[in-house]
Design a protein around this ligand. Structure first.
Ligand code: TMP
Length: 210
């Protein structure tokens, strides 16, 4: 049986994940692969309910630890109910955000020690990690300007610039530590150039797999 891969998309708000996910989906379809497209927090009934709690404004003052644990609660459900079964069937999994977002937002943004996140990652994921991650990188100013044009800000989007600077910095540090897995895409460029970068990275990955 064909073996699937686990691909994730990451980046600060306004980086263009939705458009880039469409390109990723197209490339995987063109390669004739069966795939599951999903997102975090979310991806399951429980995960989507947790997403509402995490992104909505009902619990604006939630503690950093509660936020971290809710992210991993969503992830535990998602892995067991959807991601692992799909990979087991040989499908490709295309996921809008995963644990790199936890390191960047709860680690870099909120200041939770990476070692504590690592402990939860090992506990919940038991060694399951993405095979390829596309990190859409652009300045915080450009990202927030794009995100601001979309809709009313959610609980994360309401954070200060400084928060997103730390998030971006953490993402770039993660990419620096794992350059084989995390490919940085310059998302500040025109759309066709961004899509071209994604095409190169994904096609290279597809070639290495075969
Ligand atoms: P998005 O899917 O529209 O980007 O919104 C998800 C938000 O949740 C985004 O602000 C990033 C945040 N998030 C975390 O803080 N930690 C995580 O582990 C994940 C998956 C998302």
């Amino acid at each position: 049986m064909d073996q699937g891969s686990f691909i994730t998309l990451e980046g600060i708000e306004g980086a263009g994940k939705t458009t880039c996910m469409a390109q990723l989906r197209l490339l995987i379809q063109q390669a004739g692969k069966s795939y599951l497209e999903t997102r975090e927090p979310g991806g399951t009934q429980l995960g989507e309910d947790l997403r509402q709690l995490l992104l909505g404004h009902k619990h604006t003052g939630m503690t950093d630890d509660a936020e971290l644990l809710l992210m991993f609660a969503s992830r535990a459900e998602h892995l067991q109910q959807k991601i692992l079964p799909a990979l087991g069937r040989g499908q490709w999994v295309l996921c809008d955000r995963f644990t790199d977002a936890t390191y960047a937002y709860q680690g870099g943004g909120r200041g939770i020690a990476f070692s504590r996140i690592r402990a939860l990652e090992e506990w919940v994921q038991k060694g399951i990690r993405p095979d390829l991650t596309l990190l859409l990188d652009l300045s915080v100013e450009q990202g927030l300007e794009r995100a601001g044009k979309r809709s009313a800000p959610d609980r994360f989007e309401s954070e200060a610039m400084e928060f997103f600077r730390r998030v971006r910095q953490s993402y770039l540090e993660l990419a620096g530590k794992e350059p084989d897995r995390i490919k940085v895409i310059d998302a500040s460029r025109d759309l066709d150039e961004v899509l071209a970068q994604i095409t190169i990275v994904v096609n290279n990955f597809l070639q290495e797999k075969t």
